[in-house]
Design a protein around this ligand. Sequence first.
Ligand code: NAP
Ligand code: GDD
Length: 324
Amino acid sequence: MAKKALVTGITGQDGAYLAQLLLEKGYEVHGLARRSSTSDVNLTRLEWLGIEREVRITDGDLLDLSGLVRTMQDVKPDEVYNLGAQSFVKSSWQQPILTGQVTGLGVTNVLEAVRLEKSDARFYQASSSEMYGLIQEPMQSETTPFYPRSPYAVAKLYGHWLTINYRESFGLHASSGILFNHESPLRGIEFVTRKVTDAVARIKLGMAKELRLGNIDAKRDWGHSKDYVRAMWMMLQQDVADDYVIATGRTTTVRDMCKIAFNHAGLNIDDHLIIDPVLFRPAEVDVLLGNPQKAKEKFGWEPKITLEEMIVEMVEADLKRLSK
Ligand code: NAP
Ligand code: GDD
């Protein structure tokens, strides 16, 4: 019998790559997706990977406990990956309550549905390095104290601790992956890497002249989504549930990440980049740098794709997309 997985957030970047990985491993993959009038475009990422017909989509919303309970009754998954969230940090100041409901309380809804209907299912929570915020140690690990700096990070911290609490209170096999930034050609256009690679492709093709950014001194530990979804799956294959940092151990400024993209396209960054104060955030996470040692020691996870390889892949994908 094939194992069954239920993935919330299947229409997002990680949902698509995780679904692909699970299908390759022989899983029956079910995905929760919000019903919308644009359902045809909603599956674009799954289509990009050519797997939209292999995934079984169920209508559902993280805010709707009864729907989640029904889905859990119908699917009876062996593994549940909770990737759904309002995931854009900047929007979380504009929509703090919605972010709290979806990104925070939504975790309670999924955990409750698991506890009530399939308590032996293994559960993965998509926690975030954003929870470290105003960093308390130069390199962040599972033992570094948190200091969230956005409504999004506060909501993620709630979900993180609730996952630990359900593991300790009810014995659920619930793990939390503290993932540092990870990107790919399927990254949403509002996130900085994809905003940059899309702009570079447009400038190269003569469709645009400038790129407007906010704080380019911010530093991030960037990896590739494909490497990171593999870590999610590996976590759930462990006998004992636990929490793990997933990162590359290298941090780079937004400015230097941009240079990789501009250089690849043979463009000079100084001819096109404009700093726009409107794009600065009310509170910034200046630097993130993760220590993935625990994941390496416990289950041998290591990233395979470098930042340079990833940015080049993204620029090429955007050139292809825009040339069509
Ligand atoms: P993403 O591309 O923004 O995908 C978010 C997903 O959540 C989408 O499928 C979205 O559906 C869904 N969603 C939003 N609101 C929902 C709701 N009310 N009910 C059900 N689904 C809802 O994010 P991602 O980059 O794949 O990240 C996956 C998860 O990892 C997120 O929880 C994110 O916060 C977390 N994370 C990401 C990173 C990173 O660097 N990528 C790092 C750490 C943690 P629609 O398509 O309908 O909007
Ligand atoms: N998006 C964006 N747009 N970011 C910009 C811009 C811009 O025009 N200019 C500068 N930045 C800076 C931001 O201020 C931030 O310091 C950095 O680029 C990265 O921003 P994002 O790509 O939006 O990612 P994030 O770090 O805020 O959040 C992502 O990573 C988290 C993990 O640390 C998201 O994927 C979160 O969902 C995730 O939890």
